[in-house]
Design a protein around this ligand. Structure first.
Ligand code: NDP
Length: 505
């Protein structure tokens, strides 16, 4: 007798054959009653779910986080409660604009998302490989993303739209500078930093709140691809990240990051010379030094990509007691938008999927039916299906509430009127003039010119004017690269020749 398991239908019925359809006679038509065949075909038709509108192409690993320094003065979050404590983590890194089949080595911002399975529920750190973003108000987010995706008529990526949008949103120049710098094409996810990007808050057992930024610094060192190298790799393989991560894990060469935080006292938000809740700004290291917290090691390749990585749903709303939000407008919008996207993409009860279900916390909610209701509310009493009830069903715990805000966010925002604000140019100027060396600036000029090459003259001039306001050498360098053509191929994944450019644009 065979020791192999018996092949069954999804209802568990043994398969008599997995070779041929059931027909009426040797040459007759296939019978409707061949439900094995029908099930097989029907399943194949349903193997795809809607891909993410952004961050569709991703790579993920499993691993753990270990606390190396005591930060209990700042937070009562249990995952940080003692040095040496470890927490299981699921990561997903991604590009933003490309579809799920896009090449890994494209110039783009990378998503950097981590799900920490803590005993107080999951903490999702839904970050990027950049400490900032293109815009500070989510009202502009759908417009911005549309400029990064395909043009509605040509169905091609449109650099004209990208630079037109950026030129109309000069606050974006900080992030576009990082995008066009060496860090715009990391060699792999292991060779880049992760940033929480938004300002969050930490609160401690005494109810004191501090504002905080999260930084996961790569221990592999930054490594990046030039446009030419990336084009060569993409010509050879579109899956360079997945391949390299696979080999790293196979070889026991586990990628690691050190978690640091920057901390700001609650009232200090009223004194900084930049808006600490503006997602287009960093907190200068000299004023807010990095404080070490722990180490992230990703050491396991998921057994099934779709089950864990495609089904992974990260929500900035998933914080745990001891970690809170901030008045950052982009963060506030993501708190709504991410779970909304997941309910659309995965279904109402998506957080019951293995990738998303807490591993240490018991889930006790009164949500009722809907797609994927394949679990019971295990309260020990079926009568307790509403609240309040007389049957000892779950009740709220007011100690989980975060401390009240002691500052007025409007008073912070009012200090930074945004029309034509010089403040938007200060930090990109520091990055360009003080952080980058000559060689980095030279590559930035060429990369930027490569991206701009297909763009109409008026849009080029508008964007060059933004660069000039950052630094005259920036504009001059990019203009020179444009004029001499010393920029190689366009550095964004551009495939059109701006076909919708109008005569008088
Ligand atoms: P610092 O000199 O202390 O920090 C500069 C930081 O720049 C480095 O620590 C490094 O970040 C980062 N960096 C280096 N090369 C690049 C690049 N090509 N693209 C993006 N970041 C790069 O000065 P400040 O803290 O005063 O910041 C000066 C400028 O540096 C900022 O205006 C901002 O543009 C940029 N920056 C600042 C960060 C911060 O959190 N303060 C973080 C990242 C960039 P890292 O150490 O994280 O690798």
């Amino acid at each position: 007798m065979s020791r192999k398991p018996t092949l069954t239908s999804s209802s568990g019925k043994p398969y008599p054959t997995n070779e041929t359809s059931k027909t009426a006679g040797a040459r007759g038509p296939v019978l409707m009653e061949d439900h094995y065949l029908l099930e097989k075909l029907a399943h194949q038709n349903r193997e795809r779910i809607p891909e993410r509108v952004v961050h569709a192409k991703g790579w993920g690993l499993q691993g753990k986080f270990t606390v190396t320094q005591d930060i209990t003065d700042y937070t009562c979050a249990k995952l940080f409660s003692e040095v040496g404590k470890t927490t299981e983590v699921l990561s997903r890194w991604s590009t933003v604009a490309g579809e799920s089949g896009a090449a890994d080595a494209e110039r783009d911002v990378r998503g950097f998302s981590l799900k920490f399975y803590t005993e107080d529920g999951n903490w999702d750190m839904v970050g990027n490989n950049t400490p900032i973003f293109f815009i500070r108000d989510a009202f502009k987010f759908p417009d911005f993303i549309r400029t990064q995706k395909r043009h509605p008529k040509t169905n091609l990526r449109s650099p004209e739209s990208m630079f037109d949008f950026w030129a109309g949103q000069p606050e974006s120049v900080h992030q576009v500078t990082i995008l066009m710098s060496d860090r715009g094409i990391p060699r792999t996810p292991a060779h880049m930093n992760g940033y929480g990007s938004h300002t969050f808050s930490l609160w401690n057992a005494k109810g004191e709140r501090h504002w905080v930024k999260f930084h996961f610094k790569t221990q592999q060192g930054h490594d990046w691809l030039s446009d030419d190298k990336a084009a060569e790799i993409i010509g050879h393989t579109r899956e360079s990240y997945q391949e390299e991560l696979w080999h790293m894990i196979q070889d026991g060469n586990f990628p690691k990051w050190t978690l640091y935080i920057q901390v700001m006292k609650e009232e200090e938000a009223l004194q900084t010379d930049f808006n600490p809740f503006d997602l287009t700004k960093v907190w200068p290291h000299k004023d807010f030094p990095l404080i070490e917290v722990g180490e992230l090691v990703m050491d396991t390749f998921p057994e099934n990509y779709f089950q864990l990585v495609e089904n992974a749903a990260y929500n900035p709303s998933n914080v745990v007691p001891g970690i809170g939000f901030s008045p950052d407008k982009m963060l506030q919008a993501r708190i709504m938008s991410y779970p909304d996207a997941h309910r659309y993409r995965l279904g109402t009860h998506y957080e019951a999927l293995p990738a998303n279900a807490p591993k240490l916390a018991k889930v006790n909610h009164y949500h009722k039916d809907g797609a994927m209701r394949f679990f019971t509310n295990d309260f020990g009493n079926p009568d307790a299906y509403y609240e309040p009830n007389q049957y000892d069903g779950p009740v709220a715990d007011e100690t989980a509430d975060e401390p009240p805000l002691r500052i007025d966010p409007e008073a912070v925002a009012a200090r930074f009127p945004q029309e034509e604000a010089e403040i938007d140019y200060v930090q990109p100027r520091a990055l360009y003039a003080e952080v980058m060396d000559d060689a980095e600036r030279d590559r930035l000029h060429r990369n930027m010119a490569g991206g701009m090459a297909p763009v109409s003259e008026p849009v080029k001039e508008r964007w060059l004017a933004v660069l000039k306001r950052v630094h005259p050498d920036y504009e001059a360098g990019v203009r020179r690269a444009l004029e001499t053509g010393e920029h190689g191929e366009p550095s964004l994944p551009v495939t059109d020749d701006t076909p919708t450019k109008t005569e008088d644009a």
